[in-house]
Design a protein around this ligand. Structure first.
Ligand code: SAM
Length: 249
């Protein structure tokens, strides 16, 4: 239940260094070097250090989130394809999030320097995303094989719904992408219909998807995707772009 994990009151209160220790350390050192150079009035040195963050600059932010990341298959693939992007898996099940945490720790040990940009959080993503992320912070959000909640009475529990899509639009930067995939035709249709009818999203074309490394991972990276692929099942992929301004419907 929700009482068994801590939720920060606002994104500023969350300890990112805990999740990305190596990157946090590098950033702290660059910032200290820039501050020292600036304090000494050494313009050239400050400019050189300026290749990194200035003493004022904020720590790097998480840009990608995998919502309901399960066992983390997508996350660890993305981490090597986008080594300079910070990414977070969000998973509500305690044991499963703990498995992902250990999986990432092992990968970091086995391949020093890699996987330092990915981490996992145990949380209820339907309730707490704005506690972790600021407006416009995210550039990609992934929803792979979400729970179908078949019964009509349970449709309100679906993680893609009109109310939550508005929240996702708030967290996504304009131009950011929201990726969905399902093997349940009815849920695929549902996600398409909800996103098609939202004024802050437009469908990404097939040509753009072909050129996008992340879009090509949706059906063959996560544990659920691999299971569906092994059984020869069909999948329904729907990917949308966050618009700058609401469009006419
Ligand atoms: N995306 C993974 C994959 O493709 O292998 C897992 C898919 S699994 C069918 C759905 C996952 O979403 C489960 O691991 C479940 O625990 C998680 N989940 C469901 N509701 C959630 C919520 N409100 N917040 C975070 N995770 C949630």
């Amino acid at each position: 239940n929700d009482a068994s994990f801590d939720v920060p009151t606002r994104p500023e209160d969350f300890d990112w260094g805990d999740h990305f220790p190596e990157l946090h350390q590098e950033w702290t050192e660059r910032r200290a070097a820039a501050a020292t150079a600036a304090a000494a009035g050494e313009q050239e040195q400050a400019a050189a250090a300026g290749a990194g963050p200035s003493s004022e600059e904020e720590p790097p932010l998480v840009r990608f989130v995998d919502i309901g990341c399960g066992f983390g298959g997508l996350l660890v693939k993305l981490a090597t394809i986008y080594p300079d992007t910070l990414m977070m898996g969000m998973e509500i099940r305690d044991k499963v999030s703990e498995y992902v945490r250990e999986r990432i720790a092992a990968l970091r040990r086995e391949t020093p320097g890699s996987y330092k940009n990915c981490s996992v959080l145990r949380t209820n993503a339907m309730k707490y995303l704005p506690n972790y992320f600021r407006k416009g912070q995210l550039t990609k959000m992934f929803f792979l094989f979400p729970d179908p909640h078949f019964k009509t009475a349970n449709h309100r529990r679906r993680i893609i719904n009109t109310h939550l899509i508005t929240e996702y639009a708030h967290l996504l930067a304009p131009g950011g992408w929201l990726y969905t995939i399902s093997d349940v035709p009815e849920l695929g249709e549902w996600m398409k219909a909800k996103l098609d009818s939202h004024p802050l999203f437009e469908r990404v074309s097939e040509e753009e998807l072909e050129a996008d490394p992340a879009a090509n991972l949706l059906d063959k990276s996560s544990e659920e995707g691999l299971k569906v692929a092994r059984s020869g099942g069909s999948t329904y992929r729907n990917v949308y772009r966050r618009l700058e301004k609401p469009r006419q419907l």
